[in-house]
Design a protein around this ligand. Structure first.
Ligand code: ZN
Length: 268
């Protein structure tokens, strides 16, 4: 009897392995406050959507709460891969995170990551489901976090396999554009920018899009004082270490610039 080739489905990617570097940092560094998880069940398997809280050194003013979200598209884990290096850089250079509480969501689409798909296992693009009464547990958890933490800033990390260079979306507070400029400039040390006039179907200028998809991960629509909102996109086909370095320096730059702007505003 001849052996038939196995038709078993491709093995699922390990969330645990992807998160191991952050879990390690969280275990050894006191700046991390215990994480929390949005839990849900799917076909009898329990899933969790992890959140880590990193408290920077106390600054002079109010604590600035920033939400950083990655892997909302399951096949774009580059942001999650950059976060350990970013957090490590804050330990090495605590000035950057001074005055901040960073809420880190490295794995916003666990089933999509396991399956290596953009969509979650229910077949939905979660980045089109926000603030539309979605029943997806991932979206409900993230919406409640956005609601409860009332962030000063929201940064979302993506990678785009159709772009040859870096670009980003800005929404929310008018400050967003003043933060993304220096962030892309610094990130340009590691990767080229996408200077196309149209990117991803949107008008763009110097790699910046002042628009976005309905239902994308963002603050509560219609707020009088929205947070700054920045989506960073790295060219997914570029070497991973360059995407990581570009995201690390872009995130550092956003924190440094935002604190500076806040300090100036308080002195006016
Ligand atoms: Zn994406």
């Amino acid at each position: 009897m001849s052996a038939l080739p196995s038709l078993a489905p491709a093995p699922r990617r390990s969330i645990e392995r992807l998160l191991a570097p952050i879990d390690h940092l969280a275990a050894v560094h006191p700046s991390f406050v215990a994480g929390s998880h949005g839990r849900f069940e799917l076909e009898g398997t329990g899933y969790s959507l992890p959140r880590y809280l990193y408290m920077g050194r106390r600054g002079g003013g109010d604590t600035l709460r920033i939400g950083i979200f990655a892997t909302i598209h399951g096949d774009e884990p580059e942001g999650a891969l950059a976060l350990p290096k970013f957090l490590q850089s804050l330990e090495a250079n605590p000035d950057v995170a001074e005055g901040y509480a960073l809420f880190i969501y490295p794995m916003c689409n666990p089933t999509g990551f396991e399956d290596n798909t953009r969509h979650n296992r229910a077949g939905l693009d979660l980045n089109r489901e926000f603030w539309r009464q979605s029943e997806q547990p991932e979206v409900r958890f993230l919406e409640s976090e956005i609601w409860m933490q009332s962030f000063h800033g929201i940064v979302t990390l993506h990678s785009d396999d159709t772009s040859h260079g870096l670009y980003g979306f800005v929404k929310g507070n008018v400050l967003s554009r003043h933060l993304i400029h220096p962030a892309l400039l610094e990130a340009g040390r590691f990767l080229p920018r996408n200077h196309g006039a149209r990117i991803d179907g949107f008008d763009a200028e110097s790699g910046i899009i002042h628009d976005g998809y309905p239902g994308m991960l963002q603050s509560i629509p219609g707020m009088a004082h929205p947070p700054f909102e920045i989506t960073l996109e790295t060219p997914q086909k570029a070497p991973l270490h360059r995407q990581v370095d570009a995201l690390v320096i872009a995130l550092q730059t956003i924190l440094t610039e935002y604190r500076y702007v806040q300090a100036v505003a308080q002195n006016i």
